[in-house]
Write a protein that binds this ligand. Structure first.
Ligand SMILES: [Zn+2]
Length: 445
C-alpha cells in the first residue's frame, strides 16, 4: 500500500502510518491499536521528514568522500591538502551537476556538521530539524568564538526543533550576540583605538570618505542624514535621489557645519537610535553582570558604559528601558477601540514581527489586531493586542484559524489550524511587569 492509496486508509481506523509489513489483503498487520488516521498534512510532513533524513545521509557521505580522498593522498606520498580539496570539489560538482561553488559549500557544511556539530547532525538524521535549520545553525555558530560555540550547541539544536526558519535565525543570532557580549566591553575598547577617517580615490574626480567609529554613532549619523534627506525629497520640485541628497547634506554639514540653507522641515532633525537598557544594568554595577546587556535595536549589544551614557543623557536617543516608560498606557479597556499611539508602539515593539507562525514581516508594517474582537467584548489592552500583517490578519478572521493570547505569557499567541494543529508564537521581547515596592524585587524579565 502506498500513501496515496486513499480508500483503504480512510476506511481502516487501525491503519498505522509506518512502513510496516502488510498481510495478503493489503492491511497493516502491526501496531493495530489506537494510531490516528493520517491526514493530508501528515502526508506532506512525512515526506519533509524523509528529506531531512536523506540530507543527513548526504552529509555523511560527502564528508566520507572528502576524508577518504585525503587519506588516499596521504598514503601515496601525499599531494598538498588544498590540491586534494580542490580535486574533490570538482569531482563532487561534476557528479552532482552543480557549480564548484555549490559543491564547496556542501563540503564545508558536511565537515562542520560531522566534526563540529554532531548533535545537530543527529537531530537532522532523526528529522528533528530541516536541512535549512542546520545550514543556519552552522552559519551562525561558526561566526562565534569556539568556546561560545560549544556552550550554545545544545540550546541551538533545541531551538531548531521548535522554531520556524526565520524565527530560528533571529533567536540564534541573538543568543550568539548575548553570549559574546560578556567580553564586549574589552573588545570594544581595543577596537575603538583604531578609529579613523580615510579618503580613497574612486576615479572620475570622485573619492570615498570612510570613517571607522562606534557602530551606534555610525548609525546615528546615517539615520540623521536619511531623515533630513527624506524631508527634502518630499518637496515636489526636488529632482535629486535620496542617495544624492544624503551625500550633499553630508558634505554641507562637514564642510560648513551649516544647514541654514536647508528647507525648514529638514532643519533641527537630530539623530535617533533606540536603545534597550535593562533597569538593573543601569542601577547597579554589581547586578549588571547578571542582567541582560543593553541592546541597540537592529544592531545588538553595546558596552555597558556606553548604554549608561546614552540612557542617562543626550536628547535624541529613544530610551526604551525594559520597563514600560512612565506614562505608557497599557490598557484603555472598553473606552476606546483604537489603541492610543503609545500602546500601539508598545504592542509593535514587543512583537517586532507579525505574530503569525513563521511570519517575518516587521511589526511596523502590520495592523494591530484585537485578539478577542472588539465586537465580542475584547478590551483595548496590551494583553489583547498583537500586530498581524495584512494577509495573516485576513486569515485570522476568515480562514478558519483560532487565535488566543496565552495567559500570563506576556504576549504569546496560540494558533489552532483548521486541521487542528497547534502553534505558539512568542513575541521577540518581553514587557516586564513590576510589582509594587512592598513586594520587593521586580518580576523576572
Ligand atoms: Zn504575517
Amino acid at each position: 500500500m502506498t500513501p496515496s492509496d486513499d480508500d483503504s486508509f480512510a476506511a481502516d481506523e487501525s491503519a498505522v502510518w509506518d512502513a510496516e509489513p502488510v498481510d495478503d489483503a493489503g492491511w497493516y498487520v502491526d501496531g493495530v491499536d489506537a494510531a490516528p488516521v493520517p491526514d493530508d498534512v501528515d502526508r506532506v510532513t512525512e515526506v519533509a521528514d524523509m528529506m531531512a533524513v536523506f540530507a543527513a545521509q548526504r552529509v555523511l557521505r560527502v564528508e566520507a568522500l572528502r576524508r577518504n580522498a585525503l587519506d588516499d593522498a596521504a598514503r601515496y606520498g601525499g599531494a598538498i591538502e588544498s590540491v586534494v580539496d580542490r580535486s574533490v570539489r570538482l569531482e563532487l560538482a561534476a557528479a552532482l551537476r552543480v557549480t564548484e561553488h555549490a559543491a564547496a559549500s556542501l563540503l564545508g557544511f558536511a565537515e562542520a556538521l560531522v566534526h563540529r556539530y554532531p548533535a545537530a547532525l543527529d537531530s537532522l538524521g532523526r528529522a528533528g530539524m530541516t536541512e535549512r535549520h542546520a545550514e543556519i545553525l552552522v552559519d551562525l555558530l561558526d561566526s562565534a568564538e569556539p568556546d561560545v560555540r560549544k556552550r550554545l550547541v545544545p540550546r541551538a539544536v533545541e531551538l531548531a526543533g521548535e522554531l520556524a526558519v526565520g524565527s530560528f535565525r533571529r533567536a540564534l543570532r541573538r543568543l550568539v550576540e548575548l553570549e559574546q557580549s560578556a567580553t564586549l566591553a574589552e573588545r570594544h575598547e581595543a577596537a575603538l583605538q583604531g578609529r579613523r577617517v580615510v579618503v580613497e580615490p574612486a576615479g572620475d574626480g570622485m573619492a570615498w570618505i570612510h570613517s571607522l567609529g562606534p557602530e551606534v554613532e555610525a548609525h546615528a549619523i546615517y539615520n540623521r542624514l536619511t531623515a533630513k534627506a527624506k524631508a527634502i525629497c518630499a518637496h515636489p520640485d526636488e529632482t535629486r535621489t535620496l542617495d544624492q541628497v544624503r551625500a550633499d547634506i553630508f558634505g554641507d554639514l562637514l564642510i560648513d557645519g551649516d544647514t541654514a540653507h536647508l528647507a525648514p522641515e529638514a532643519r533641527g532633525i537630530r539623530a535617533t537610535v533606540a536603545v534597550t537598557v535593562p533597569v538593573l544594568t543601569l542601577l547597579d554595577e554589581s547586578q549588571a553582570a547578571d542582567a541582560a546587556p543593553a541592546v541597540v535595536e537592529g544592531l545588538g549589544p553595546i558596552p555597558l558604559a556606553k548604554a549608561r551614557e546614552l540612557a542617562g543623557g543626550a536628547d535624541g536617543w529613544t530610551r526604551i528601558l525594559t520597563h514600560p516608560e512612565t506614562g505608557v498606557v497599557l490598557s484603555v479597556g472598553r473606552d476606546q477601540y483604537r489603541p492610543p499611539p503609545a500602546l500601539r508602539r508598545l504592542a509593535r515593539w514587543r512583537a517586532d514581527r507579525c505574530m503569525a507562525p513563521g511570519c517575518g514581516i516587521p511589526a511596523a508594517r502590520c495592523e494591530i489586531d484585537h485578539t478577542i474582537a472588539w465586537e465580542h467584548g475584547g478590551p483595548t489592552a496590551l494583553d489583547n493586542l498583537a500586530p498581524l500583517c495584512k494577509g495573516h490578519h485576513t486569515i485570522k478572521h476568515h480562514g478558519g484559524w483560532q487565535v488566543e493570547q496565552v495567559d500570563g505569557s506576556g504576549g504569546a499567541l496560540h494558533w489552532t489550524s483548521p486541521s487542528g494543529r497547534h502553534y505558539t508564537v512568542h513575541p521577540e521581547r518581553r514587557v516586564p511587569v513590576f510589582r509594587a515596592a512592598a513586594e520587593t524585587a521586580p518580576a523576572p524579565f
